[in-house]
Ligand binder design. Structure first.
Ligand code: CP
Length: 295
């Protein structure tokens, strides 16, 4: 993928287009990378950070009415919301594209796109990859979307390593079964780490446990990536994480060249381009593996 240089035609390709970013939940990477990508491509952004508090949602406006209003000011909406299914609901009333930037514990498809792009760059392939999805797999929409997207590649092996209270949802497992994907649940992270190309760690999402704090205590700290685990991970494997992290990857791991999570974050800048180019994939078309020399 070409780098966009200021002053070039590429840097003007979205000149005159406006993107609305509506975020009802906190975000650093998704919102800022979408907005930076739009700026780099010559477009403009209108935004309401913390839409729950600083938009007319605070006065009782529904999501649908907000979308009907915002579409009059913009060409595309990027929506993060706390409810699963919210992006679909927004899209059902919108005349312009709505990009799901994370819908509660539902899906985070643009993160999955940049994650697959990162796997391709880091491992050199997506087909035949062995991946451990670790941590809060019940609430972790990035892991759910990644499992979904990887099912479209061939011969991918998935290990789900999660505390009992936050195991991968049955909906995803049934979907993978329907696609004939090889997956298994495991509880021994060390044994799994020795087998995989990608260890995809996730945060235990404390904000989703407000009505059951005892389950959060059961889940936190159970699976940690530290220097001892890195001793087990194969030399050519990588550690990914959608970030933010809390304590599930210890800071000493950051200096290890196999720690790919900050490189992964930088790939987020490409998600606007990748989303546009790869939307076809969600309609059942195969994303051909590209040369890892693509920048
Ligand atoms: N990975 C991710 O969605 O990060 P943010 O919550 O910071 O956007």
């Amino acid at each position: 993928m070409e780098k966009v240089r200021p002053g070039t035609d590429a840097a003007r390709q979205l000149d005159g287009y406006v993107m609305s970013t509506l975020f009802y939940e906190p975000s650093t990477r998704t919102r800022l990378s979408f907005e930076a990508a739009m700026a780099k491509l010559g477009g403009s952004v209108v935004s309401t950070e913390n839409a729950r508090e600083f938009s007319s949602v605070a006065k009782g406006e529904t999501l649908e009415d907000t979308i009907r209003t915002v579409e009059g000011y913009s060409d595309v909406v990027v929506l993060r919301h706390y409810l699963a299914g919210s992006a679909k609901a927004a899209a059902s009333v919108a005349a312009i594209p709505v990009l799901n930037a994370g819908d509660g514990p539902g899906q985070h498809p643009t993160q999955a796109l940049l994650d697959v792009y990162t796997i391709l760059r880091e491992v050199g392939k997506v087909n035949d990859v062995r991946i451990a999805l670790v941590g809060d797999l019940a609430n972790g929409r990035t892991a759910r979307s990644l499992a979904y997207l990887l099912s479209m590649y061939s011969n991918v092996k998935m290990y789900f390593v999660a505390p009992d209270v936050v195991r991968m949802g049955e909906d995803i497992k049934e979907f993978l079964d329907s696609k004939g994907v090889d997956w298994e649940e495991a509880s021994d992270l060390k044994a799994v780490a020795a087998e995989v190309d990608v260890l995809y760690q996730t945060r235990i999402q404390k904000e989703r446990f407000q009505d059951r704090p005892e389950d959060y205590e059961k889940a936190r700290g159970k699976f940690i990536v530290d220097s001892k685990l890195m001793d087990i991970l194969p030399r050519k494997s990588v550690v990914m994480h959608p970030l933010p992290r809390v304590d599930e990857i210890t800071p000493e791991v950051d200096a290890d060249p196999r720690a790919a999570y900050f490189r992964q974050t930088r790939n987020g800048l490409k998600r606007l381009q990748v989303t546009a180019q790869q939307t076809a994939l969600f309609f059942g078309q195969v994303w051909p593996e590209q040369s890892s020399s693509a920048a």
